[in-house]
Design a protein around this ligand. Structure first.
Ligand code: 13P
Length: 254
């Protein structure tokens, strides 16, 4: 497979600067030798400088968990693409289900943030996923179709080189319930087929689609062995160095 595996940690609202730096140093100290996947950690905004400093000279990239679409201005509590880049950030998570659920994130704001991120040269890790109610109502395919189409409205085929998609079924996040390998693969294949429709086969083949939702060392190999699963966006298991290292190793074997 030509797509490089991406093992990404979403730290959510966890770890102080000192704790985050210590975690990165522990991961770096245990980093396996050999051909590594792309490795990303996304800490809370305020701790980004400390984490960037700790990751310096290592293969670990640092991302943010959100970004605003405006360049600057009266947007209390928000952070711009320039501020992220200035702090050494290369990637940004957009449209995580927790933001959609708790902070009023919509398909439209996901689209605006995504457009701003790629215009600024950041890699946008754009999250999509259905709720339990939607899955049980057989609406998964419709929800994913809508979320993907809306997220990438106005995004060119060339810009897609800066896009990673994360499929995160909401019912699998932080619940210990993982989508089965087949359930995840089915949605990943649907997303790739939609990308082929929207952008053609080359973009569809080149775009990485991560799985997220209770991914851990015990289930990573099975998920990463699926044809259309190109990595993981990991919450809980990214907060412990031995688990994150095990996930990196699973990525090396995929
Ligand atoms: P968990 O791995 O804790 O289920 O979180 C997944 C997630 O939301 C990553 O963005």
């Amino acid at each position: 497979m030509s797509r490089r595996i991406l093992i990404a940690g979403n730290w959510k609202m966890n770890k102080t600067s000192a704790e985050g730096a210590a975690l990165v140093k522990e991961i770096v100290a245990q980093m396996p030798a050999g051909s590594l996947p792309e490795i990303l950690v996304c800490p809370p905004y305020l701790t980004i400088p400390a984490v960037v400093e700790a990751a310096k000279g290592s293969p670990i990239c640092v991302g943010a968990e959100n970004v605003h679409w405006a360049a600057n201005g009266a947007f209390t509590g928000e952070v711009s693409t320039d501020m992220l880049k200035d702090a050494g950030v290369t990637h940004v998570i957009i449209g995580h289900s927790e933001r959609r659920q708790y902070f009023g994130e919509t398909d439209e704001t996901v689209n605006k943030r995504t457009a701003a991120a790629v215009a600024a040269g950041l890699v946008a890790v754009v999250c999509v996923g259905e709720t339990l109610e939607e899955r049980e109502g057989n609406k998964t395919a419709d929800v994913i179709d809508r979320q993907v189409r809306k997220a990438f409205e106005g995004i060119s085929a060339a810009d897609m080189a800066k896009i990673v998609i994360a499929y995160e079924p909401v019912w699998a996040i932080g619940t210990g319930k993982t989508a089965t390998d087949d359930q995840a693969q089915e949605v990943h294949a649907q997303i790739r087929a939609l990308l082929a429709d929207l952008y053609g086969a080359d973009v569809a083949e080149a775009t990485r689609i991560l799985y997220g939702g209770s991914m851990k060392p015990a289930n990573a190999a099975g998920l990463l062995a699926q044809k259309d699963i190109d990595g993981g966006l990991i919450g809980g298991a990214a907060l412990k160095a031995p688990d994150f290292i095990a996930l990196i190793k699973a990525g090396m074997q995929a």
